[in-house]
Design a protein. Structure first.
Length: 313
């Protein structure tokens, strides 16, 4: 595993911080997916990229990284079914496999089936593994940021997740949680996801609070979170040949695993580097669960290194 000793800031490349990219709705067979596009600076030579957020997140989690990669890719960040601006799926299936199938439909439609550089964070990383393994012709490279893949045991900071997923109890707890003030909930999410919550720019904090308030008006917010969490945790119990690490063994494209040393949810010690046939691992000492937000410059640099390494083979 490589470890970056000194963090770099986004000041020199992202000042001022970019606003969330324009949003539009895309119809796919299982419903509607909201996407945000960061158009490439040189469209003729750009390659497609798809960015997939984690549980409780949305497409704006990739705003800064997408800005940094516009010289190479035509980037599209998606709101997973039921999150962000995307409504729940038509069939009510929140399994990772079903979400991956919807993303495959999106790639086929949006990019005419051209293989994408696929980026996934947390649950989005687990979904990206499903997509890359089951639809290999649609993926050119795979970058996983703190992917929510099965591991042994729980951490003190994520032991609450199985409780929320429990039938009955989870729904009750979620309803109570949603009665808290929006800024309290936004701050709680940032506290658990960031290595240094005080480093979050005021404008990003305001965006997070506004998004929580917007979703409070939706009738399905709590239900989607619980069902998506159950879908994720079910893969942790899977012992079949379709379990996540078996799927990872099918992936042959260049793969980058990015972990934060201060991650309270996913421990980098559980990175199964031998599962992927062509893999690089980067551990960032000054990042938590969302390295693409905390250290987007370093993640962008690592992805460019991945491409350069592939070009020399």
């Amino acid at each position: 595993m490589a470890e970056e000793p000194v963090p770099r800031t986004t000041d020199e490349l992202l000042s001022p911080l970019p606003s969330p990219w324009p949003r539009e709705d895309v119809l796919v067979p299982n419903g509607t997916l909201s996407v945000r596009q960061a158009p490439a600076l040189e469209p003729a030579s750009a390659e497609p990229a798809l960015f997939v957020h984690g549980l409780g997140g949305n497409a704006t989690n990739w705003t800064d990284l997408m800005a940094l990669l516009r010289d190479r890719v035509d980037g599209v960040a998606v709101d997973l079914p039921g999150f962000g601006w995307s409504p729940p799926p038509r069939d009510g299936d929140f399994s990772l496999r079903r979400s991956a199938a919807s993303l495959a439909d999106l790639v086929e439609q949006r990019f005419d089936g051209r293989p994408v550089h696929l980026f996934g964070n947390s649950m989005g990383g687990a979904i990206s593994v499903q997509l890359a393994a089951r639809h290999p012709h649609l993926v050119r490279t795979l970058t996983l940021v703190s992917p929510a893949l099965p591991k042994v045991g729980l951490r003190r900071t994520n032991v609450h997740l199985p409780v929320i997923a429990a039938p009955g109890l989870g729904t009750t707890l979620m309803k109570r949680y949603l009665t808290l003030e929006a800024d309290t909930r936004a701050k709680a999410t940032i506290d658990i996801c960031f290595a240094d919550p005080s480093s979050v720019p005021t404008e990003r904090m305001n965006e997070a609070v506004q998004e929580v308030r917007r979703r409070d008006a939706l009738p399905y917010t709590g239900d989607v979170f619980v069902k998506s969490l159950r879908g994720l945790l079910s893969t942790y119990l899977d012992r079949s040949e379709e379990r996540p690490w078996r799927l990872a063994e099918r992936i042959t494209v260049p793969t980058l695993l990015v972990y934060g040393r201060a991650d309270k949810l996913v421990d980098p010690i559980h990175a199964h580097t031998n599962a992927f046939s062509d893999v690089r691992v980067l551990v960032l000492p000054h990042a938590g669960h969302v390295s693409q937000i905390e250290q987007p410059v370093l993640v962008a640099d690592a992805w460019r290194d991945l491409l350069r390494a592939g070009a020399t083979r």
